[in-house]
Design a protein around this ligand. Structure first.
Ligand code: ES4
Ligand code: ZN
Length: 368
């Protein structure tokens, strides 16, 4: 596209990238080896006493033969849950603060150098780590070392190239009580920023909700998000990815979220589209993710045109770049390829992404 140099130079903000979703197959295998973590065997179990148990059979997966076979399997995801199966296996290799530092540094450096990403808000899944004995303190330690290194290397102070915030997501496939315990603990330990933004002091910029969507309506997390609202903790939730438009409304009405992650199925409801436009709710759309998880057949089927025409604000995001094969710069290019947007439309998309960020107003002015 003739717009390619312009799209690379656009200062970008990313709001929807799961740290664990930036784990490349190569780093996954390297950390499994370093940490002595067993992955599903690529070979059928041969047992003298007959076939293995159901559990053993579950741990046979030819995709784990090599990084290349794993990447090939990622290219054939059939649904959100099919992806999540691999995503949760992959993150088992993350144990130490060093591991999280390496993971976060690789993402932030690439975002800055390849995509001119100026501000990144990165999700992680505390429950999936705490359940393995890896504490939030360990993850935050690794994260902060990565952010410090990136800020040091890519320009510190006022004109620094990239700022980054960390946002825990509660996991929808687990019992609500599990979310409550985790969230109440983080709140009591003073992990959260207030709504005024800023990067100093407390470690976490808000709270999100992700994982399996079908049959797990947002309202189940109402009391927990009420705790967040009362404590002045910013809120967002995945909704309308596989689930119906009604889940987007429910996230707004029952969780008081400021943003909606994905939200693409909102386009099926004209009234809801009007509300999103009126209230200025930003959708963090992940078009390549939607294609790879079969929410839509082709990128052209993501309702980008509808959002633009109806004045629904959105940012473009990579979601799980190592699993879906596209980092943010590639997502921008893929969207341009599919929709052929104008320079004015791209400038507005990038500006809305800055305005919808959870950094302070001062930082927004620096990026704009
Ligand atoms: C996710 Cl694509 C997607 N949807 C919901 N939850 C997630 N966690 C990581 N990626
Ligand atoms: Zn996501």
């Amino acid at each position: 596209s003739p717009l390619h140099p312009f799209l690379v130079a656009l200062p970008k903000c990313e709001h929807h990238m799961h740290l664990e979703g930036s784990l490349s197959p190569e780093l996954l295998f390297a950390l499994a080896k370093k940490n002595n973590i067993s992955l599903p065997s690529p070979f059928p179990t041969v047992s003298r006493s007959g076939p293995g148990t159901a559990e053993e059979q579950d741990e046979i997966d030819p995709a784990f033969a090599s990084p290349a076979t794993l990447r090939a399997r990622y290219a054939a995801f059939t649904s959100l849950d099919d992806f999540l199966h691999y995503y949760y296996i992959g993150m088992r290799v993350l144990l130490t603060a060093d591991d999280f530092e390496e993971l976060a540094y690789a993402y932030l450096a690439r975002a800055s150098l390849e995509g001119n990403v100026r501000h990144a808000e990165v999700f992680f899944d505390p429950q999936a780590h705490v359940s393995r004995g890896v504490t939030v303190a360990v993850i935050v330690e690794g994260w902060e070392r990565a952010v410090e290194r990136v800020e040091g290397e890519f320009g510190g102070g006022k004109g620094r190239k990239i700022t980054a915030l960390l946002v825990p997501c509660l996991l929808r496939h687990l019992e609500v009580e599990d979310s409550r315990g985790l969230f109440a603990g983080l709140l009591a330990e003073g992990y959260f920023h207030g709504e005024d933004g800023g990067e100093e002091g407390p470690k976490l910029a808000g709270v999100g909700l992700c994982s399996t969507e079908m049959d797990r309506p947002p309202g189940l997390w109402k009391e927990i998000f009420e705790m967040a609202r009362e404590a002045g903790v910013r809120r967002t939730a995945h909704a309308g990815e596989e689930g119906p438009a009604g889940y987007v409304s429910a996230a707004l009405d029952e969780l008081w979220v400021e943003r909606i992650d994905h939200g693409v199925r909102a386009a099926e409801d004209g009234e809801l589209m009007g509300r999103l436009a009126r209230e200025g709710v930003m959708l963090t759309v992940c078009p390549v993710s939607n294609v790879r998880l079969k929410g839509v057949e082709r990128l052209e089927d993501v309702p980008i045109r509808e959002f633009l025409d109806k004045g629904v604000r959105f940012s473009l995001n990579s979601d799980d770049p190592a699993y879906f094969g596209a980092y943010l710069q590639e997502v921008y290019c893929a969207v341009e390829e599919a929709f052929g947007l104008s320079v004015g439309e791209w400038a507005m998309i990038a500006r809305n992404a800055v305005e919808g960020s959870w950094c302070g107003e001062e930082r927004k002015r620096e990026i704009l």
